[in-house]
Write a protein of this length. Sequence first.
Lengths: 264, 344
Amino acid sequence: MKKDEFYIGYIDNVPPKTKKKLKITVYILLIVVILFAIVFSLFQNKFKNSTFELTNISEITGTYHNNPYPSIRMELQPNEYKNVLLLGFGKFGAEKDIKNIENRLMSIEGQEVSIKGNLVYYNGKTLLQVADSDEFPVSKKESQLPERTINSLGEIEIEGEIIDPKCYFGVMKPGFGKIHRSCAVRCISGGIPPVFTTVNKEGISEYFMITDAKGNKINHDILEYVGQPVKVKGELEQLDNWFILKLNIEDIKLLKGNSKIYSN
Amino acid sequence: MGLNYQLVLWNKNKKVYDRYILLFVLLYLVLFWAITLITNRNTTLETLTIRSSGTLAILLLHIILSIGPLARINTKFLPLLYNRRHLGVTMFLIALIHGGFSIFQFHMLGDVNPIYSVFTSNLDYSSLHDFPFQVLGFIALLILFAMAATSHDFWLANLSAKTWKALHMLVYVAYALIVSHVFLGAFQQETSPYMPALIGIGFVILVILHITAGIKEVRKDRQTYKASDTDWKYVCEIDEIEEDRAKIFIVDNERIAIFKYENKLSAIHNVCKHQGGPLGEGKIVDGCITCPWHGYQYLPQNGQSPPPFTEKVATYHVKIEDNKVYVLPKALEEGTEVTPAIIK
C-alpha cells in the first residue's frame, strides 16, 4: 500500500516525496532567479558618463549674469569663454541663492564673484548646484572680462526633447525620456533652465537653452512638452559655449514615438 | 490556530522557508548589482536601487501568484503555500523600496507635494503611449500595503475570512497594474526585447497554471446534488473513500467533505475557518481533520477545533446502507455533534 503523505507546516518532518519535490522546486527557482538577474542587469540601457559631484564642493570664479538664466562666465583661454549654469538645491533654480547673495552684496550682475557648489558636467557643459549662499561669496569685484556678445544665427527647426539640464548632465541616469519626464517637469517648474537637446545625423548631441521669443526665462509655459519628442521652431543665437533657442510656445509640436536621444 | 496573537508563530518549516526567501533575495540583488557595476560602471546608486528592487519585486510577484495554482495541481507544492504570506510581505517591502526611491528621486525636493506630483506631473491620462505610468505603480503599492498590513491572522479573524479573502484577491489587480506600470513606463524606454519577453513568458505561465488548476477544480466538482431538507442523497460507495481521507461533494453550491476514519464516516463543511482552505483535501491526523493549507484542525464528529481552540464548521448527517454512503444535505449549525455512521 502506498504511503499517504500529508504535509503539516508546524510539524518539523517533511514527508520524503514532498521534500524531494521541494528540492527540485528550489533548484528551478534558483535558475529562475539567476536568469532574471542576468537578463535584467545585462540588457538594461547603458548609462552616460555624466557626473554629479554630490559630496565634493568646488569653487568657481567668473562674471555673474542673470540672463537668460543665472550663470557664471569664465575665460577658458584668451577669447574663449564658458558659461556655467547655476542651479539651486533639489529641483529648484538658483533664484533663491542669488537672492541670498544679493541681500548681502547688492546686485552682482556683471560682477566677478566666486561661487561654491557641487559641479555637474557632461559633454562639454558644466553646471553648478550653489552651496552656502547664505555666507558665500563674501565679496564681489569689477569683472575683468569683455562684454558678452550674442550672435544671431537665424531661424531653425529641429526635433529633440526638452530636458532639465541638472538631471540630464549628471544628477540622474537616465535624465531624459518617459521614465524621467515627471522629474524634468518638477525641475523646470522649480526654476531650472529648460534645455533642448537633439542628435544630428552624425550622432553628435547639441544643446540649446530655451527662452521665450523675447529672450525671457520660460518655465511653466512649456511643462506639457517636457520629456517628450518634440519639433521646435525658433530663433537661434549663440552665447559663448551655449546655443540659445528663442521660441513661441505655439511653435512646439509634439511628435509620436520615441525621441531620437533614446539611442544616445 | 492561535489563542493569543503573536507577530509570527515560528516553527522549523517557517524558518527554513524564510531562509530561502532571504537567500534568493540576496542572490538576486548581489547578481544584479555586480553585473551592473561590472558592465555599466556609470550607473548611480539610486538608479541601481530602483531597478534592482523593481525587477526583483515583479519576479517575486510571479512566484507568489504561481504558488496557489501549483498547490492545487499537485499537493506536494503545499509547503510553498504554507508560509506564502512571508513571501508576500517580502515582496511588498522590496516594492516599497522601489516606489520610495522612485518618489524620492523623481518627485521630492520640488515645488509641490511629491504625492501630488505623482498624479499631476504628467497629465496625459487619455494617451496609452504617454500614460502616467507612475500612478499605476503607486496604486499597486497601496494594494500591496493593504495586503501586507492585513496579512496577520489577527486581521483574518477580525475582518472575517470572506472579506479578508476578497481583499487579498486584489493581488490580481495589483499584478495587472504592475505589468501595465512596467510596459507603459520602463519598457517604453528600455530597448532590449529580452526584458518584455521574460515578463510575457511569466504572464503566459501564470495563465496556464491558473487555467490548469481551474480545470482540475471543475473536475473535482462534477459530482453535484440538489439540496433537500428531507432527502438523503447517495454520494458514493464506502470503498471510494480512502482511510483518514475524504471525498468532496457539492450540494446546493456548498462543498461537503465526507471523512472515513476508524470504521466511521463523518461529514463537515469543506471550507476551513482560517483561510478557506479545502478541508476535504486534508487528512485525519491524531483523530482530527487537518487542513492541508495551514494545519488547522477540527474534530470530525462535531466540526469543532479541539479545545482550547474555538473554530467551528458546519456538520451534516451521514448514513450507510448496503455499503452505499448517503448524506442529508442540510447544514447543521456549526459545531453540532453528529453521531458518525458506523462501517460494519
